[in-house]
Design a protein around this ligand. Sequence first.
Ligand SMILES: [Zn+2]
Ligand SMILES: [Zn+2]
Length: 872
Amino acid sequence: MGIPVFVFAGLLVHCVFLASIFDIYFTSPLVHGMTPQQTPLPPPGKRLVLFVADGLRADSLYELDSNGTSRAPFLRSILENTGSWGISHTRVPTESRPGHVALIAGFYEDVSAVAKGWKENPVEFDSIFNESKYTWSWGSPDILPMFAKGASGDHVYTFCYTAESEDFGAQDAAKLDTWVFDHVKSFFNSSRSNQTLYSALNEEKVVLFLHLLGIDTNGHAHRPNSREYKENIRKVDEGVKEIASMLENFYGNDGKTAFILTSDHGMTDWGSHGAGHPSETLTPLIAWGAGVNYPQRVASQFFEDNFLKEWKLENLKRLDVNQADIAPLMASLIGVPFPLNSVGTLPLEYLNNSAHFKAESMFTNAVQILEQFKVKMTQKKETTLSFLFTPFKPLSDSEQINLLKKTRLYIQQEKYDEAESTILLYGFAFVGLIIAFFLLIQTCPWTYYVYCLLPVPVWYAVVKELHVIQDLAAYLLSLPVGQSMGFLLICALGIEILVFSFFYRSTLTIGLLVFAGWPVITQLWVQAKTTALIWILLCMLLGIFPLMPVVGREPNIPLVIATGLLTLLISCSSLSSLCKSKNKYMNNEDLKVQFYQMLSIALSTYVVSSTHDSLQNKQGLPVFNQIISWTTLVSSSVLPLLSPTFLFQRLFSILLSLMSTYLLLSTGYEALFPLVLSGLMFVWINMEQEALQQYGLSLKPKLAVFNFSYATDIMQFRQLHLDDVRRSFFFVFFIVTAFFGTGNIASVNSFDPASVYCFLTVFSPFMMGGLLVLKVVIPFVLVSCAFEAVQVTTQLSSKSLFLIVLVISDIMALHFFFLVKDYGSWLDIGASISHYVLVMSLTIFMMLMNGLAQLLTTKKLELSRKTKHHST
Ligand SMILES: [Zn+2]
Ligand SMILES: [Zn+2]
């Protein structure tokens, strides 16, 4: 009864702390209520065509093929003869939504959208589309609707294909682009027999937006160096050429059409985007047509990167912009107001216009940005002033008198204890009231009430249990000064190592090497030579993983298969040793369960190899494999519950089940990680037993016959010891290792989409995300179960050991809280948030995992009705 409440309250408090950073550091920078600003001179163009080739890297477009020709001959001839070109620098996160928002609305997406998954409109915003007379757009259902939804009135039209056609496993993704080109052509054809549409198309301030998802999709599926990705660029080039000439025909070469081609973000060599690598942030920008400058020949130009030479473009002036600058560029080309929230500056060099026009446009641009600042200022003034002038005295007097009266009354009645706790309760309620009153007069959002009032009950609980803290302080003071200081120093050092590991994964290797030295330093070595030796070996083996690269590696399916076979070998030997020992506690049912699990490991190994073979031959994901994968996933959560609850058998069974799922999600060396980690965990449990004996604390239950389900009955819980702090630290360290061992989960970017191919190949962010989270969680479960075993075998109540764990991880969280940045590049901001979110989620997760581990280790499902009582 006590533990669930404690866990629940803990969960709640940590969730609130996690959410708080979004209010403390990030509130929406967007303001509303500005007046639209527009250049007062006639614009050069009547219509604008915007091509966004999703996921197109600048170098992939500009570079020449091995035979010295461009793979986009039409666009190449444009930038050489008729238009202007450059690189558009995007910000992180290099995702489709923020990229398109920067392009079309001119601002870098609100950070608070992080929490909203980039999907919905977190805030209403203005865009070029909204400011246009009419916008017609074609492309992906993930992108188009967000601009149509925010637009006022009915003048932004979208034509999307269905989400299901975005299958990037089997069919040719360039078809997504062909779809767009074909639909634009037939749309213009149909207007010849539709007078309303025809005259609308001939209006001024018209935008046509072609969103081309093929390149991004091919890049994810085959990577940017593939033939498919490059071939898709060729297709897009042809399509752009056809559309451009079709439009010139349609409008009778009136010279009033402006064209812009760019992309929302690039892509890494391994087919992902989201982070700040140059391959992701450098995107192409080519503009031509009405109002756009002709190519400017230069003798030499200097850029820090060495692309110009590689692309053979040294003599054509490269005009770089920031992504948000493209919005004002488009606005000035067709004479619509700058989007209200735009922060872009007009790239003047792209304009082919009079000095007067340029000067007026620049001025309008400046006024428009200033408008936002003014509105923000006014808002700030309003909220701050009201607080300064409001007095807050009336509450305190009467309340205080009341409180004092009641206290005196109780004291007179000699109810000292009750008086004390009542003072406490009233005192805290009083503080809470004052805080609420302050918030009320400042008209704060409701979340502020939660943040400010939450500490009140928490501190109330702390003060009530003050004697525990006093005891601890007394205990620390009773130790020799050197020992207690040394102890605190080691604690601080250990936590710093953990904090460092968030920035440099290799710190974990150093930590593991120190761990390897543990038995030598503490003389455990003398007591149990073999165990200590295996411990040292496994620590070093595990230390290799944080040194391996997380991104940019090629899949290594043979290694995954080898791991599957190794797991089978290990389980065979464990099975035979079980049979040999004729364990009287085993029966046929239990053997059957283990047999099923081995079968499922074998099946997983087969599915991994056959799926990747089939995908390589472009035959898609076989349905049979998909069924097996999902069945394995489901069964792996149930099978361990059927196995006997003896310590090692149950833990081994959990390992086998999780391993079969993990194999399905692996593409390379990481498959070995849970195996090595569990090996270390098994030894850890043994080592802790030895350590316990060293202090003469142990009744030493025989581990081989130790049973989880009787653990709580037979155990006499002992007092906390200094060594328990080390135990808890080991756990936190192993948890962090489980997180960072095979990847840097601070960056979603490091996940290879290939790792979910056994389950699905249709692009589904939700499902994929879920599966990737599962992959991260599996090593986590293994460590949590081992920790559960350590807790029960070292005769500690899980509550007390876990409390130390929480203290350690909360100190880490505090560390990262102060490291959260709300300035600098998106990369810095993103990394600092994700670190804090990570360490807080880690803490929340550990609480959930603690519960899950207890369930996994102690519960047993009975399949058959016959009773299986074993006397112990
Ligand atoms: Zn994209
Ligand atoms: Zn993408």
